[in-house]
Design a protein around this ligand. Sequence first.
Ligand SMILES: [Zn+2]
Length: 281
Amino acid sequence: MSKVNLAFQKHYYLTHEFDLQGEMDDIKRINYTLPEDYKGFFRRKGHCPFCKESMNHVYQNSKSATIGVDLYQAIDIWECDCGYWDAFSQFIEEKDLIYSVDSKHWEKRICSVVSSLEDVRKEKAIKQLINVIQKDSSKAYSVKPKHFEEIAQFVFSAYFNCEVEHVGKSHDGGIDLLIVNSDKPILVQVKRRTKSDAVESISTIRDFLGAMYIKSNFNGIIVSTAKRFSKPSNKVIADLKSHNKLEYFELFDFNRFLSILNAVNLSRKKCWEFLVSDYNS
Ligand SMILES: [Zn+2]
């Protein structure tokens, strides 16, 4: 099972503290606490460890004040196109001395947590595919079925604003995705048809209803690149709904799916934004 659109929400801190003291020509670093992950802390700033590329410098701020001692505070945040971000902040307290130095330094590196490199690459690839389909929807017909499942995973994750699991290869009775928006996830079947005039037949619906029945879960979605669902398909769903035999059920033909796919904002979620508000508070 893989999860998309979740990387980069979590983060961890590495801290480095030290004091500088001494005469101008003999300044010593004392009382220091080295970061737990030394290599991680001193890794090149503004450089994505996954893409091996420079990241965008998305935020920078600094402020200083004198309250008996000189105070200086600064933060820099970088973000990569793949979604990875990290930040460096420092706080310095320094006595105002002319011929010597006496200062305290607190440095913090805040790194986003990546579930796996594979997830990073996958998310990047899916976003590129979504972007291609947003520009030319006919490209969806030639996307590999597995990739179309991943696209649907990403789109539904954005649409329902929750985690969506890709059940993947297990072919769990035709269930491809689980939309985890409550204790009872919505079961999703994804059909990638190659022809723009395809019609999704009643047999697709019957098979999927069977899989739902086995799971005792009556929340479902079928999404297809077909132009429409057949009349008997629509009728059977309408009948079951009217008899309260389905809790939630939606059919997404290609146009309906495109309308939510086109609304997906591929720009960053700015998972680091909390740092900016922390900094300004
Ligand atoms: Zn990157």
